[in-house]
Write a protein of this length. Structure first.
Length: 197
């Protein structure tokens, strides 16, 4: 897996309602195997053409003026598509990110076909392979990015900023790849069975 180009990504949305939510920002950082490539980053604030709910601003800190000055969905997603071309996508609770990106890309005449891995799924697989402990249920269920950052000794600076969360997830992915290697998970096929969405 050392030759795979992973792109770790995160999104911020107008809401958690999958039917009506829209993309507000996307952050991504490239990795070559387990090495983070700091010079290969992507970040875009997107103007979805709808109002930003006030309660969301408290979470993602994207003010209406920030969003109004953002890129159009078509332009932002075209640029993202070029950045992720030929890469394996990785995200924490990646289902949310992939679902919104597929929805938004479909509305702009684009497609998202990259394979995708969820770090929460990979972590749960690792926990299930470990010797049973009394806190195992908690370690399987409490898998927020902040919780796993503590478990794997990672600093978290600004939660709910797409690029910052992508960077934390990239560092988490480094740790998970190391653990997978100790479990003799060395092929992309094995990885897909464990963490694909």
């Amino acid at each position: 897996m050392s030759s795979i180009r992973f792109v770790i990504l995160d999104t911020e949305l107008t809401s958690l309602n999958a039917r009506t939510n829209r993309l507000l920002s996307v952050g991504a950082i490239a990795m070559k195997g387990s090495r983070i490539v700091l010079g290969e980053q992507f970040y875009a604030v997107v103007n979805p053409g709808v109002s930003v709910p006030e309660q969301g601003v408290l979470i993602h800190k994207l003010r209406p003026t920030d969003v109004q000055n953002g890129q159009s969905p078509t332009d932002a997603l075209r640029d993202l598509g070029q950045f992720i071309e030929g890469s394996v996508l990785v995200g924490h609770f990646a289902e949310v990110d992939i679902k919104i990106l597929r929805k938004e890309m479909a509305q702009t005449g684009q497609q998202l076909t990259n394979p995708a891995i969820c770090t929460a799924r990979v972590h749960r697989w690792i926990v299930q392979k470990q010797r049973y402990t009394e806190d195992q249920f908690d370690r399987l269920e409490n898998v927020s990015l902040a919780t796993l950052a503590k478990i794997y000794n990672l600093d978290v600076h600004e939660a709910h900023h797409a690029l910052d969360d992508a960077f934390v997830t990239a560092r988490l992915w480094q740790k998970l790849l190391h653990v997978l290697e100790t479990q003799n998970i060395t092929s992309f096929g094995q990885l897909l069975k464990i963490g694909a969405i």
